[in-house]
Design a protein around this ligand. Structure first.
Ligand code: C5P
Length: 232
């Protein structure tokens, strides 16, 4: 089974309140994104990694690739949205010769604590599905709100908080993203687009360590967590 990864990292990261997008801020001895890419670089079977960055960060990303001498990491220019960035990454994998049945994992640049165990669970779950994603059951009650008022309270056991890596067959991912962009579907992850196209996306138990670094305080927690990951 041929396997590759796409790391969308073309976001401006403005929510974080820093001029530099958070994926390029230092965590320990290297930029955050270098931890994430390095993780996939060490996963066995991942033959190519595509990192999607904005025009302003092409040189920064190239310097990181050069520093770690990653021969199988390709940098592409991201698009206007996450969907477009991931689609550009997927198109680059097709151009590199990966077929529609190759497995591709889309993974947030800001989730450096992805374990090989989680990745292997996801690959195994793809056996009888078009996609496989990790997710956790929310511990907070989630309300649907409108104008600051609670409208509806879905049963928590029917909700899943999606993480990444989200794994799909390359052909299914490409066609779902093309359709999502064409139709203007809002989608904050790839699973939403693939499922809306009728694909079967299996959910596997997420990993609480696999945090998305979104706030400055997450950085502090990540710096502490880093000590547990040096050997993997
Ligand atoms: O912050 P948010 O969850 O919306 O972004 C998810 C990921 O998508 C981030 O890694 C971000 O860098 C990436 N992204 C992208 N291209 C865009 C917008 C976001 O690659 N145009």
């Amino acid at each position: 089974m041929r396997c590759a990864a796409i790391i969308p990292a073309a976001g401006s990261g403005t929510r974080f309140g820093s001029d530099t997008p958070k994926q390029f801020l230092p965590l320990g001895d290297r930029p955050l994104i270098a931890h994430t890419v390095g993780r996939f670089h060490r996963f066995s079977g991942v033959e190519r990694i595509v990192v999607c960055v904005s025009a302003a960060h092409l040189a920064t990303m190239q310097a990181i690739v050069d520093r770690f001498r990653w021969g199988n990491v390709k940098i592409v220019r991201g698009g206007e949205s996450r969907q477009e960035s991931v689609l550009r990454g997927a198109e680059s994998l097709s151009r590199a010769g990966l077929g529609d049945d190759a497995v591709v994992a889309a993974h947030d640049a800001v989730r450096p604590f992805v374990s090989s165990e989680l990745f292997e669970h996801l690959l195994a779950a793809l056996d009888d599905a078009d996609g496989a994603i990790p997710a956790t059951t929310p511990t907070d009650t989630i309300h649907r709100i409108f104008n600051g008022l609670v409208v509806e309270t879905p049963d928590r056991s029917l909700l899943a908080a999606a993480q990444t890596p989200q794994c799909f067959r390359l052909g299914a991912l490409r066609s779902a993203l093309e359709r999502a962009i064409e139709q203007g579907w809002p989608a904050t992850d790839e699973a939403a687009a693939v499922a809306r196209c009728g694909g079967k996306v299996r959910v596997v138990e997420g990993d609480p360590r696999n945090i998305k670094i979104t706030r400055p305080s997450d950085f502090e927690a990540a710096a502490r967590e880093l000590a547990n990951w040096s050997d993997e």
